[in-house]
Design a protein around this ligand. Structure first.
Ligand SMILES: [Fe+2]
Length: 263
């Protein structure tokens, strides 16, 4: 969570369960139904299968314990509730251990269309379905291991790889281009922009280009990178990431496709 956040961390009870109100269940349900309608023809098969495998339903905010159990049964991945924004080193360490850090508060109705900080809907509906896919889960774990091994000096560039895949990735399928990135599947406006409005640029995934591409977190993405398969994605972090990042640093960033406030 950012310093300006008006949300407070939600903590579990002694039984590990989080208490969500009827209003929060209603907000979850509204978001779930709206996104599932949109995603039926725009998300990739692996994502939609993941939603079913996790047993996500519109009636109730899912419990972290249930999501954790189902993920464990599919790919061995897990989730860990985090109380607030965590430092990059902790984020990467958790990923390397096969645990995805989750914010556990849910957005309020006034933020139903857009919330800058990641809430439970983004985390569970956005991230967790893809973690039921073996290739994707391996990618995330290896990404975390690489980030831990390379340390702080590489973290900035490595997060660009995370951004353009785990958060805003698209994939070519026999049915056409489909989305899987959590920032797309969990956002009504991003899902429309990435799939329906042809005002953004779609680039074939290229590691060096990704590492050189600045982004902003608070705008609809002007550039998306498209992978060809999740097997390819898994192989990405088996490259010499240190050498790739050093090369990206020496070549420098591409000019931003947006105004100021680059991340
Ligand atoms: Fe995210």
């Amino acid at each position: 969570m950012t310093k300006e956040s008006s949300y407070t961390a939600k903590l579990p009870g002694p039984d590990g369960l989080y208490a969500y109100s009827a209003e929060e269940d209603a907000i979850w349900g509204e978001l779930y139904r709206r996104q599932m309608t949109l995603l039926a023809t725009t998300a990739c098969r692996e994502y939609l299968e993941g939603v079913a495998l996790l047993g996500l339903m519109p009636q109730k905010v899912p419990q972290l314990l249930d999501v954790n159990k189902r993920l464990n049964e599919t790919t061995g991945f897990g989730v860990e509730g985090v109380p607030a924004l965590i430092p990059p080193s902790q984020f990467y360490a958790l990923l390397s251990q096969g645990k995805f850090p989750l914010a556990t508060f849910l957005r309020r109705r006034e933020h139903i269309d857009y919330i800058e900080e990641p809430d439970l809907f983004h985390e569970v509906f956005g991230h967790c379905p893809m973690l039921t896919n073996k290739n994707f889960a391996n990618f995330v774990r290896h990404f975390g291991e690489t980030a831990v091994r390379l340390g702080k000096g590489y973290s900035w560039h490595l997060f660009r790889l995370f951004w353009f895949t785990v958060e805003f990735g698209l994939i070519n399928t026999p049915q056409g281009r489909r989305c899987f990135g959590a920032g797309i599947v969990s956002s009504p406006s991003e899902a429309k922009s990435a799939m329906e409005i042809q005002t953004c640029e779609f680039r074939p995934f290229d590691m060096l280009s990704v590492l050189r591409t600045p982004y902003r977190i608070d705008i609809l993405q002007p550039i998306y990178y498209v992978i060809d398969s999740f097997t390819d994605l898994e192989a990405i972090v088996e490259q010499d990431m240190e050498a790739m990042i050093l090369k990206a640093k020496s070549l420098g960033d591409f000019p931003p496709a947006f105004e100021s406030k680059a991340s």
